[in-house]
Design a protein around this ligand. Structure first.
Ligand SMILES: Cc1cc2nc3c(=O)[nH]c(=O)nc-3n(C[C@H](O)[C@H](O)[C@H](O)COP(=O)(O)OP(=O)(O)OC[C@H]3O[C@@H](n4cnc5c(N)ncnc54)[C@H](O)[C@@H]3O)c2cc1C
Length: 398
């Protein structure tokens, strides 16, 4: 580590942190990234499904892509299958370790300095500077900067320490790579018993391999183990290729995502779709807005919370309504019994409602709110409606 005063210290070398580091370094600012892992993307717990548009915006090569998807099968609790196919490729399946590495390399190529095996244990804003303490290979080191970008994932300790509040709700995620046969496209399984409040999935990863994962309100690992022994998996999965990894996903937003000399982006800010738990795209957008606002503030040498508040205003204007709609939809879903989910599958399969929604201009891989409103307007899923209109206090985000 050095005694240099950086313009910006980024905490966390996930996709959001490295994307911000690259943009800020490209604007000519000195950037240091502190990452607790010894390499980017190590032991990642993520399926890596992102829209083709999101991948394009990252501007990285095709080497991170494991596959592309234009079809997915959705399964009801009793095993009814609803297969949706689009003419265009809707999603790319990227290898998370390769994505994180590629993004870190892009940032380094622009001049950002990376400190791996460096866990930030303390942050303070004092004497007109941001000061961090990091445990670098076991020994504490102090670094200083003009501003801090917190991109440390769902990890409330640092944001709480900075007085930014904490995200109270989260989903539990678990995933394992498996050797499998006949898993050629994305499969999503709905059942409150199997994956309470969320869903399970099988996603082709490479020839003969797949990612089996699950999100739930709690005990994700336990539910995933049961899913692996369910009829959908047991005859096709031949072996587990890794330990089951677990990670929490924020459901809800951080009360304050900026302060004097600091901004919070990605999962740390709650920039995640509450329906799917997907956070790479929103984190990317958060990183872009944060970098723009921060670059302007550095230029004017005004790093006050009043100036940086432009970031919070802008990201909430872009993503806030969507996150609130998703939150409501997810809340409504948690209220459905398996028999009601079964009936919803019947309704969506009949009269090609699902296919027509897929073809409608309201369909977007990254933006689900309009599509959900369109589903509700069609009145096809009246079970969802009741719960939709009685969300908990936390669902009324805006
Ligand atoms: C099972 C599962 C599957 C998922 N699948 C998808 C998917 O298909 N598509 C999608 O879009 N999203 C998916 N997600 C969500 C996605 O993984 C996250 O939204 C995304 O990783 C958020 O990026 P980030 O950069 O904000 O945070 P992270 O990727 O969590 O990166 C944060 C980084 O900060 C580091 N860090 C944390 N604390 C410190 C500290 N104190 N000091 C230094 N470094 C620190 C961490 O080691 C980490 O590298 C999935 C999540 C789970 C759990």
């Amino acid at each position: 580590m050095s005694n240099q005063l950086y313009d910006v210290i980024v905490v966390g070398a996930g996709p959001a942190g490295s994307h911000a580091a690259r943009l800020l370094a490209a604007s000519g600012y000195s950037v240091a990234v502190f990452e607790q892992k010894s390499a980017p993307g190590l032991n990642a717990c993520c399926t890596g499904i992102i829209s083709a548009g999101c991948l394009d915006s990252f501007d990285i090569g095709p080497e991170v892509i494991r596959g592309r998807a234009n079809a997915a099968s959705f399964f009801s609790p009793l095993g009814k299958r609803l297969r949706l196919q689009s003419e265009r490729v809707q999603a790319c399946i990227v290898d998370r370790a390769s994505l994180d590495l590629a993004l870190a390399e892009k940032a380094q190529a622009r001049g950002a300095r990376y400190f791996f095996s460096s866990r930030v244990t303390d942050i303070a804003i004092e004497h007109g500077m941001a000061r961090i303490e990091a445990l670098h290979r076991g020994s504490p080191e102090i670094s200083v900067s003009r501003a801090i970008v917190l991109a440390n994932g769902f990890n409330p300790a640092l944001s709480q320490k900075l007085g930014l509040g904490r995200i109270k709700r989260f989903a539990a995620g678990a995933q394992v790579e498996v050797k499998a046969r006949d898993i050629d496209e994305v499969e999503v399984y709905f059942s409150q018993e199997m994956a309470p409040g969320f869903f399970a999935w099988l996603v082709p990863a490479s020839p003969g391999k797949a990612l089996a994962g699950l999100l739930s309100t709690s005990h994700a690992k336990l539910h995933l183990e049961k899913f692996l022994h369910s009829p959908s998996c047991r005859d096709r999965i031949t072996s587990q290729e890794s330990e089951i990894r677990q990670k929490a996903i924020p459901v809800g937003i951080l009360p304050h995502t900026c302060g004097d000399r600091m901004l919070v982006i990605g999962d740390a800010a709650g920039q995640v779709k509450p329906t799917t738990g997907g956070g790479i795209y929103f984190g990317q957008m958060g990183a872009e807005i944060a970098s723009k606002v921060l670059a302007e503030a550095l230029e004017r040498d005004d790093l006050s919370s009043a100036r940086l508040y432009r970031y919070q205003k802008e990201w909430q204007a872009r993503m806030g309504r969507e996150i609130a709609l998703d939150y409501r939809a997810r809340w409504a879903y948690t209220k459905l019994s398996d028999s009601r989910i079964e009936k919803m599958f019947d309704i969506l399969s009949s009269g090609n409602i699902a296919e027509s929604l897929l073809k409608s201009p309201d369909f977007s891989f990254d933006w689900h709110g309009k599509l959900m409103l369109s589903v509700l307007k069609r009145g096809a899923v009246h079970y969802l409606r009741k719960a939709w209109h009685t969300p908990p206090r936390e669902a009324r985000l805006w």
